[in-house]
Design a protein around this ligand. Structure first.
Ligand code: ARG
Length: 577
């Protein structure tokens, strides 16, 4: 465990502050003679009615008692300074990680509780663009993080597979649909006829009536309409699933909007029986003034249901089916108001599960030095982005291999390019806080020396290559506490400090729904490791066996954390690149 957390825990017992308060106040002193960590005592002056320097003096002796010998504590003015026993720290952290291998970071915190993570949720018959990839990457990562923490994760894809637009599609397909084109490239064909519908409807108003009629038939379950809708849905899913497979994403179910449509009358009855439905301009709404929100529309004036009512039905279904501990929606920030309204209606209707529903929003996707032919209107398709990233990556891999005189088969190059290229795209989505807009740029994404997936993956591959060389030389990583205790140099200490925080990082990422907490920690770890690696010999005749074995163990620990952490982001590692 991170010593900073240990200090916070110990100090909270003797100071009356919470662990969290202390954790935030702990500093890393600017000079080494002031210790590895420091706690400023000013905050306690008021409650203890004493000068900070006196408090520091009193606490120093108490804190020493609780330190278990992992650090010594000295007071200096208003500060408590903690001096870590680097030997013990190194052997604790490194053996603690290597014992678990790349499963490191797992815990049973979640105790098998059900957490629903709803993500991706594209609209069928529409192209899958780079915005859908944002929710897909975030949701996939959060699913992996929660699963690692021992929660039972239910991955749901709330497909946009219902609504009046399907009346339009059915109408359009009957008039202008091309079966061969549909079989070949379903989404392009469906988009073509959808666009055509809107053009033609401007000239011929009866088309809208036909569309409404066809949607009504669909809602009533008429076989011909249902069959066409099912076909559009199935074909769209084939296209989406190809992308999901490529990105290593899977779902437990695809209960989209259509799934909930026949549960809406029950929602309406429930709201009516609780006297929450009010008529407003012909529509049925729930007033939400007390939450400072606009009314939530439940039924439109023509009696048809809408997006929000389907979401209400969905929460109630999930509550019944899973008794969820948390119900998380990974959906763009523009829908924040919608979710506030849905959760507030439930709250008003007395459902406690409303408090366990969370909307996890995210920003927009932009491009810097990339141009895409936007085949489908003004949007960039995920498939095009992935293909471009893989092709660019392949160029770099081929070049690097040539420069290093590496001999790689065509097959190996393709495999590496696919994994690194897709990793580079995924990483861009989780490289900064999710609420920020993200900017795709080749320079940053494929910078093998910067904060990028290729950099982290390369660091991992380098570690694997060291391990292979070591094996050839008959040296293995040490598991011996005493040998590991040799890792006390500044460079090693920096790596160990970065590694030590990983377990807390995974928990923090779950707590604030931010995979970015993990990407940041991995980048710190890899940077510290690369400095260590550049300054330290690991193998060779001129260093002792013990030094080699301890340094190899540190390499292994870094490799384990990188693999575990990248996995949590949804990025695969490669053994060589
Ligand atoms: N299909 C919607 C869209 O593409 C997102 C659905 C979000 N989830 C939900 N439960 N409303 O905008």
């Amino acid at each position: 465990m991170d010593y900073k957390s240990v200090i916070a825990q110990n100090l909270s017992k003797i100071s009356g502050l919470t662990e969290d308060q202390i954790f935030k106040l702990i500093e890393i002193p600017p000079q080494k003679d002031l210790g590895d960590f420091a706690f400023p005592c000013f905050i306690l002056a008021k409650s203890l009615h004493k000068a900070p320097a006196m408090i520091a003096e009193d606490l120093a002796s108490e804190a020493s008692l609780t330190s278990d010998g992992v650090f010594t504590v000295k007071n200096a003015g208003p500060y408590l300074n903690f001096y870590v026993d680097r030997s013990k720290y190194a052997s604790d952290v490194v053996s603690g990680i290597n014992k678990y291998g790349d499963a490191y970071g797992s815990s049973d915190l979640g105790n098998g509780q059900n957490v629903i993570i709803e993500f991706s949720s594209p609209n069928i018959a529409k192209p899958f663009h780079v915005g859908h990839a944002f929710t897909t990457v975030l949701g996939n990562s959060l699913s992996r993080i929660y699963a690692k923490l021992g929660y039972n994760v239910i991955r749901m894809n709330h497909l946009g597979d219902y609504g009046t637009q399907f009346g339009k599609l059915i109408t359009a397909y009957r008039l202008w649909g091309d079966k061969d084109a549909l079989d070949k490239d379903p989404i392009t064909e469906l988009l073509r006829i959808y666009v055509k519908f809107h053009e033609e409807a401007k000239k011929d108003e009866s088309l809208e009536d036909k569309a409404r009629e066809n949607f009504r038939k669909l809602e009533e379950g008429c076989p011909e309409e249902k069959e066409l809708w099912q076909k559009f849905r199935d074909m769209s899913l084939v296209v989406f699933n190809k992308l999901y497979d490529r990105m290593g994403v899977s779902f437990d179910n695809y209960n989209g909007e259509s799934f909930y449509s026949d549960r809406i009358p029950a929602v309406v009855d429930m709201l009516r029986s609780k006297n929450l439905l009010v008529e407003s301009e012909g529509a049925q709404v729930v007033m939400l003034d007390e939450y400072n929100l606009p009314p939530c529309i439940i039924l439109k004036s023509d009696g048809t249901t809408i997006y929000a009512s389907r979401d209400l039905a969905a929460v109630l279904y999930r509550d019944e089916t899973y008794h969820f501990d948390k119900n998380i929606y990974v959906v763009g920030t523009p829908q924040a108001l919608h979710f506030k309204q849905v959760f507030s209606v439930l709250k008003k209707a007395g459902y406690e599960c409303a408090d366990d529903c969370v909307h996890v929003g995210f920003g927009l996707v932009k491009f810097k030095d990339m141009v895409f032919s936007t085949r489908e209107g003004n949007i960039v398709l995920l498939e095009d982005l992935l293909d471009a990233a893989v092709n660019k990556t392949r160029e770099v891999i081929v070049e690097n291999a040539k420069a290093r005189g590496q001999d790689m088969s065509e097959e190996e190059i393709s495999d590496i390019a696919e994994k690194v290229g897709i990793g580079a795209v995924i990483y861009t989505y989780v490289k900064a806080g999710r609420e920020k807009d993200i900017v795709f740029s080749w320079d940053e994404m494929l910078n093998f020396n910067g904060n990028s997936a290729p950099y982290l993956m390369y660091t991992y591959a380098r570690i694997r290559s060291i391990a292979r060389k070591a094996a050839e030389a008959g040296i293995t990583a040490s598991t011996d506490k005493e040998v590991l205790g040799r890792l006390t140099g500044d460079d090693a200490y920096a790596v160990i400090s970065a590694l030590a925080g990983f377990g807390d990082v995974v928990k923090k990422a779950a707590q604030i729904y931010e995979p970015f907490v993990i990407s940041r920690s991995l980048f710190e770890t890899a940077s510290a490791f690369n400095s260590f690696y550049n300054n330290t010999r690991i193998l060779g005749d001129d260093i002792s066996k013990e030094d080699s074995a301890s340094r190899l163990a540190l390499c292994e620990a870094v490799g384990n954390v990188l693999k575990s952490g990248l996995g949590l982001l949804g990025i695969e590692t490669v053994e060589r690149m």
